[in-house]
Write a protein that binds this ligand. Structure first.
Ligand code: G6P
Length: 617
C-alpha cells in the first residue's frame, strides 16, 4: 500500500526512483508518479502500472540528481492522475512537492484554514494539505528541513512523507509517524555522497544495503553532503545503520510465472528455515521467543491473538492448538474490531500479534490499545525483523519466510502456523502438559513437515484440472470442521482475493442452519476433509450437500473414508499429519485459487483493489 522512494545523488536518479517503485509494486497501488528537481521542478504521473510511468518519463527525457517518487493506493479521492502523487504547492515564487503514505485525519480542518489563506486545491486527496502547509512554512522563510518539522507538528494521523523544493538542490526531506520510512545510505566519494528514502529496503537494494529505520516522529534531511535526523522533540537523533540481509535473488521471480506461485512452492524451505532453531534442538524452550519469555509465559493465564486477513486465520487455527495442547484459554480478535471495542482486559494475558509485514496499521493500533488497557506482555510473530510491530513487542519469533511479494499471503501463513504450533508446545511443556515422549514425537513430525509439504505440492496437476471447472462459477462454498474450519476460511479468502469468485466458508456443522439453501448444481463445494476425529461427522454433512445436487471437491488424506462417486471429486494429499494437518491442508486451497485465477486471467500478484501491506486503517 502506497510506496515512497526519494533520492539525491551526483548522477541521474530517475532510473533509481523508477526501479525503486517497481520493487514496491507488490505493496499494491493504482497510480504512480515522480517529481524531479533541477533548476525547476517537473512531475510525471500516470494511472496504472509503473511501466507506464517509466515510458512517460522516457518521453519527457526526465533527468535529475534529486527526486521523489510514489505508488498510490487510493484512500481519499478516486484513482485519477490529478489525485496521484507527487502533489505540488506553488505560489509567490515558492514551489514544493510532496509524496505521502498514510491518512491525515485532520485534513478537513487544515484544508479550511489553508483555503482561508488563499491556497487552491486541485485534488481530492488529504495529501494536498501537507503540500500547502509545507509551502506556507517555506514561504515564511524556513529551510525545507525546518519547514517539515513545523508541518508534521500540525498533522494528526499516520504518515510517511518525502518532499523537495525549488531552490534547495540536492535535498530531500522526510518524516514518519505510523507509516514506514527508512533512510538508505549510499556510496560516497570525495565529490559527495548519495542518500535515499524508501518505504522498505527492497526498493533500495539496487543502490544500497545500508539502512536506518526512522522512529515515529523523526524528521530527516538527506543530501549529497550527508544526512541529519531530528526526533519528535526536534532534538538531533542517531538511528543505527544496519546492513540489510535481504538478497536481490529473494525478490526475483526466477523460473516462476507469478510471485504467488513461487511463494507457494517456497513453503517447504520457508518452514525449514523458520524451524531451524527448533528442529536442531532436542526439546522446545521458551528462549526461542526472547530472553524474557520464560518469565512472561510462566505468568500467562490467557492469550489474546490480534491480527488481520490471513494472519487472523492463523490465529484462529492457533486457538485450537493452544487450548488443546497447552490448556490455555485463547481469544482471537480481528485487530480493526478490537481496537475500537470496549473489551474486558483479563489480567495475565499474553497479547500475541500475528503479521507478515509488521506494519499493518490496525494490528499496530490494536497492540497499542491492549497496552493502554494494561496488557503489557506482548509477543509478535512476524516476517519482517525491523518492523514496527516487532520493535513494539516484548517477545518475538520471526518467521523466516523471506519477502512475500504476492498480495495473496501463502508462505507467511504456513510459517506463522508453524511458529504458533511451537508456541503451543513451549507453553504445554512449561505447564507440564507435554510428556517427553510426546514432545519428541511432535518434534519429529515438525522435522518431517517440509518433506510432507513437498508431497502435497505434487497434487498441483490434479488441482489444475479442477480449476478449469471452477473458473466459470460465480460462487463457491468451503467447508471444514474443527481446526480445519479456519483453513476453509483461508481457502475461501484466497479464491475471493485473486479470482474474484464469491466464496464463503462455513463450519460444516452449520450447513443446515442456512447455507444449505444456496446449494444447487451451480454451487461447487470445497471440503477440507482430513482423517481426523471429525471425519464421520463431516461425511454426514457431505451427504446433505450431495442430496441437494451440489458438487463436492474434497481434499482428503490417504485411506480416506470418503468414496469418490458421481458429484464427489477427491484429491488425496498423503498420510494424515495429525496435529500439523492444517498446515498441509491449506496448500491445495492456495493452488486452487492460483489456478482458477490463471484460467480467469486476473492479475494474480496484484489483484484489483488490494494491497500487500495495509499501512492505513
Ligand atoms: C492485507 C494482505 C493480506 C494480509 C493482511 C494482513 O490484506 O493482502 O494478505 O493477510 O493484509 O497483513 P499482515 O502483514 O499484518 O499479515
Amino acid at each position: 500500500m502506497c510506496g515512497i522512494v526519494g533520492a539525491v545523488a551526483q548522477r541521474n536518479v530517475v532510473p533509481i526512483l523508477i526501479e525503486g517503485l517497481r520493487r514496491l509494486e507488490y505493496r499494491g497501488y493504482d497510480s504512480a508518479g515522480i517529481a524531479i528537481l533541477n533548476a525547476g521542478m517537473e512531475r510525471v504521473r500516470s494511472v496504472g502500472r509503473v511501466s507506464d510511468l517509466e515510458a512517460r518519463a522516457r518521453e519527457m527525457h526526465a533527468i535529475a540528481p534529486t527526486g521523489i517518487a510514489h505508488t498510490r493506493w487510493a484512500t481519499h479521492g478516486g484513482v485519477s492522475e490529478k489525485n496521484a502523487h507527487p502533489h505540488f504547492s506553488s505560489r509567490d515564487g515558492v514551489e514544493v512537492s510532496v509524496v505521502h503514505n498514510g491518512i491525515i485525519e485532520n485534513h478537513e480542518a487544515l484544508r479550511a484554514r489553508l483555503l482561508g489563506a488563499g491556497y487552491r486545491f486541485v485534488s481530492d486527496t488529504d495529501t494536498e494539505v501537507i503540500a500547502h502547509l509545507l509551502h506556507s512554512h517555506v514561504a515564511s522563510g524556513l529551510k525545507l528541513f525546518e519547514a517539515m518539522q513545523r508541518t508534521v507538528r500540525e498533522l494528526d494521523g499516520a504518515y510517511a512523507i518525502a518532499a523537495i523544493r525549488v531552490g534547495e538542490p540536492h535535498t530531500v526531506v522526510g518524516s514518519r509517524r505510523g507509516s514506514p520510512l527508512l533512510l538508505g545510505v549510499g556510496e560516497s566519494n570525495p565529490e559527495g555522497c548519495e542518500n535515499f528514502l524508501a518505504s522498505d529496503t527492497s526498493a533500495l537494494l539496487q543502490v544500497t544495503r545500508r539502512v536506518a529505520y526512522l522512529e515515529d516522529g523523526d524528521v530527516v534531511r538527506i543530501g549529497t553532503d550527508g544526512y541529519s535526523i531530528v526526533d519528535a522533540e526536534g532534538k538531533p537523533a542517531r538511528r543505527p545503520i544496519v546492513e540489510s540481509q535481504l538478497s536481490a535473488e529473494s525478490i526475483d521471480l526466477g523460473r516462476y510465472e507469478h510471485y504467488m506461485q513461487k511463494e507457494i512452492f517456497e513453503q517447504p524451505g520457508a518452514i525449514a528455515n523458520t524451524l531451524e532453531m527448533v528442529t536442531n534442538a532436542s526439546s522446545v524452550s521458551a528462549g526461542l521467543f526472547g530472553a524474557e519469555a520464560d518469565e512472561i509465559f510462566a505468568r500467562t493465564k490467557h492469550i489474546l491473538i490480534l491480527a488481520c486477513g490471513t494472519s487472523y486465520h492463523a490465529g484462529l487455527v492457533a486457538k485450537y492448538w493452544l487450548e488443546a495442547i497447552a490448556g490455555i484459554p485463547v481469544s482471537v480478535e480481528i485487530a480493526s474490531e478490537y481496537r475500537y471495542r470496549d473489551s474486558v482486559a483479563l489480567p495475565k494475558t499474553l497479547v500475541v500479534t500475528v503479521s507478515q509485514s509488521g506494519e499493518t496499521a490496525d494490528t499496530l493500533a490494536a497492540l497499542q490499545h491492549a497496552t493502554t488497557l494494561g496488557l503489557r506482555d506482548s509477543l509478535s510473530i512476524c516476517n519482517v525483523p525491523e518492523s514496527a510491530l516487532v520493535r513494539q513487542s516484548r517477545l518475538r519469533f520471526l518467521t523466516r519466510a523471506g519477502p512475500e511479494i504476492g498480495v495473496a499471503s501463502t508462505k507467511a501463513f504456513t510459517t506463522q502456523l508453524t511458529v504458533l504450533f511451537v508456541l503451543a508446545l513451549v507453553l504445554a511443556r512449561q505447564r507440564r502438559r507435554l510428556a517427553p515422549s510426546r514432545e519428541q514425537e511432535l518434534l519429529a513430525q515438525l522435522r518431517h513437515l517440509p518433506a510432507a509439504m513437498n508431497h502435497v505440492l505434487a497434487c498441483e496437476d490434479a488441482v489444475r484440472h479442477w480449476a478449469n471447472r471452477f473458473a466459470p462459477k460465480q460462487h463457491a462454498l468451503f467447508l471444514g470442521r474443527g481446526v480445519h474450519f479456519p483453513i476453509a476460511q483461508e481457502g475461501a479468502l484466497k479464491l475471493k482475493e485473486i479470482s474474484y469468485i464469491h466464496a464463503e466458508a462455513y463450519a460444516a456443522g452449520e450447513l443446515k442452519h442456512g447455507p444449505l439453501a444456496l446449494v444447487d448444481r451451480d454451487m461447487p463445494v470445497v471440503v477440507v476433509a482430513p482423517n481426523d476425529a471429525l471425519i464421520e461427522k463431516l461425511k454426514s454433512n457431505l451427504h446433505e450437500v450431495r442430496a441437494r445436487g451440489g458438487e463436492l471437491f474434497v481434499f482428503a488424506d490417504r485411506d480416506t473414508l470418503i468414496e469418490p462417486s458421481d458429484g464427489i471429486n477427491i484429491i488425496n494429499l498423503g498420510d494424515h499429519a495429525g496435529l500439523l494437518s492444517p498446515i498441509l491442508h491449506v496448500v491445495p486451497l492456495q493452488l486452487l485459487a492460483y489456478h482458477v485465477a490463471l484460467v480467469r486471467g486476473t492479475d494474480v500478484d496484484k489483484p484489483r483493489n488490494l494491497a500487500n501491506s495495509v499501512t492505513v486503517e
